[in-house]
Structures are given as C-alpha cells and as structure tokens.
Design a protein around this ligand. Structure first.
Ligand code: FPP
Length: 232
C-alpha cells in the first residue's frame, strides 16, 4: 500500500467544537491539543517520517488576545508535557513559521525542544506557528537576495524556506469541513494530494488518520505525467 512520507494537517474546527457545547473557544483548543497528540502517536506507530501540524496562522493573530495567548501557552506545554516523550520516541521537533511573530517565552521554550531533539530521526514533527505560505515565500526571497545566481530551477527556491530538509507534503488533510488550503504550504503543496473531512479537529483519533491513509492509497500520483491507464 502506498503511504505518504509527509502528512500535513490543517487542524480546523476547535472553536465550533467548543461553541456547539456552550464552552469557551479556548477549551476547544485544549481538546484540539489532545487530538494532536493522538494523531502524532498514530503517525509515529505507522512510521510516517514527517508530520506537519498547523497550530496558528499569521491571520489567527487577529483573534481575541485571550484565545491567541491560550494557544501560545498550549504550545509552551510541548516542552513541559512532551519533551521526554519526543526523546523516548526519537521524534525531532521543528518550528515552521515566522519566529519574529512568536512571543519570546513560547519561542524560547520551543527552540529548546528543537535543540534537544535535533538528532532524533524516526519522525520529524513540524509545528506551524505564526505561519503563512506567502510570508514564508517573502522571507525566503529576502534570504535569497544575495544568492540569486544559485536559483536556476524552482526547486532551488526551496533551499531558502524555513526547513529546507523537509520534503514537500504528499498528503494535506484539513478537518472541520472547509475545502481550501488558506495559503498553507503554498509552494510545497504543488503536487500534494488533498483530503477534506467534516469531522471537527477535537473529535479526531487514530482511526481518522487510518481513513485518510486508505483514501490516499487509492490516489494515482501523476506529477504532471499522463494517467496510468491499462498497460500505459
Ligand atoms: C483551528 O480551529 C485551530 C487553531 C487555530 C488552533 C489549533 C491549535 C491546537 C490544536 C494546539 C496545538 C498543539 C499542539 C501540541 C500541536 P478554529 O479555532 O479555527 O476552529 P473554528 O473554525 O471552528 O472556529
């Protein structure tokens, strides 16, 4: 069965999950974090080498301060609650996003986890924080300013992205019913397979990931070539 090397997930629907229950949105994010843990565990047990989770977009920073601060605090809990587990399970953490926009205490904590886990290789977990695909391209352009002669092919541009050693996602999943990418991994998603599910993120468990992987295994990836019909 064909399995993706890199799965990227837009974890959508936390707010609606909470509102449906008459709870504050921040509780939806707390449940969302538990769902993220379930998905990380399943992806790890399936030996998926790269998993990216979209935790916060740059546009999300326009939300109520209390909600945004709540998400940054949840991200700090990666160090306190997960560092040991990441080490035990040989998982490397990488931040994807604009570090200038991440509050100092959250950045300090996550950069410590990045440093401590940098040699782990069973799985790479990218957490997208203060991320926006157009912003990543803009920042790459600025980094490439004095290296334009090194850019001969489109793939050379990727050398200037946040985590150049991470391959493009094979499968991008979005929970919560919306059917768009909203600029997530704008450059990298060129040939990604897309999968959209109505289930709100806090309700996700390993079985949902299995379902997405079953769906992916039926996709024919053509990368611009002709369809594989009969003996062609
Ligand atoms: C989108 O739902 C979700 C977010 C903006 C935050 C997601 C953050 C987490 C799940 C915490 C991440 C933690 C780890 C450890 C990765 P929404 O609020 O846009 O939902 P709505 O569309 O229903 O309003």
């Amino acid at each position: 069965m064909q399995t993706p090397k890199h799965i990227a997930i837009i974890m959508d629907g936390n707010g609606r999950w909470a509102s449906k229950r008459g709870l504050p949105r921040s509780l939806g994010h707390i449940e969302g974090e538990k769902a993220a843990e379930r998905i990380i565990e399943r992806a790890h047990s399936l030996n998926i080498p790269y998993l990216t989770l979209y935790a916060l977009s740059i546009d999300n920073l326009k939300r109520d301060k209390e909600e945004v601060d709540g998400i940054f605090n949840l991200l700090i809990s990666i160090e306190t609650a997960y560092l040991e587990k990441l080490q035990k399970n040989n998982i490397r953490l990488l931040i994807l996003g604009n570090r200038d926009l991440i509050p100092r205490n959250t950045l300090f904590s996550l950069e410590r986890v990045e440093r401590e886990t940098r040699l782990n290789r069973q799985m790479t977990l990218q957490i997208a924080i203060c991320y926006d695909g157009q912003d990543e391209i803009l920042r790459a352009l600025k980094k490439a300013e004095n290296h334009l002669d090194e850019i001969q092919r489109p793939s050379d541009i990727a050398k200037f992205f946040d985590n150049p050693d991470v391959p493009a996602p094979d499968l991008i999943i979005r929970s919560g019913g919306e059917k768009r990418l909203s600029g997530f991994m704008l450059f990298h998603s060129c040939y990604s397979e897309l999968a959209f599910y109505d289930k709100l993120w806090p309700d996700w468990n390993g079985e949902m990931l299995d379902l997405a992987l079953d769906d992916y295994s039926t996709r024919e990836r053509k990368f611009g070539k002709a369809a594989n019909v009969g003996n062609n």
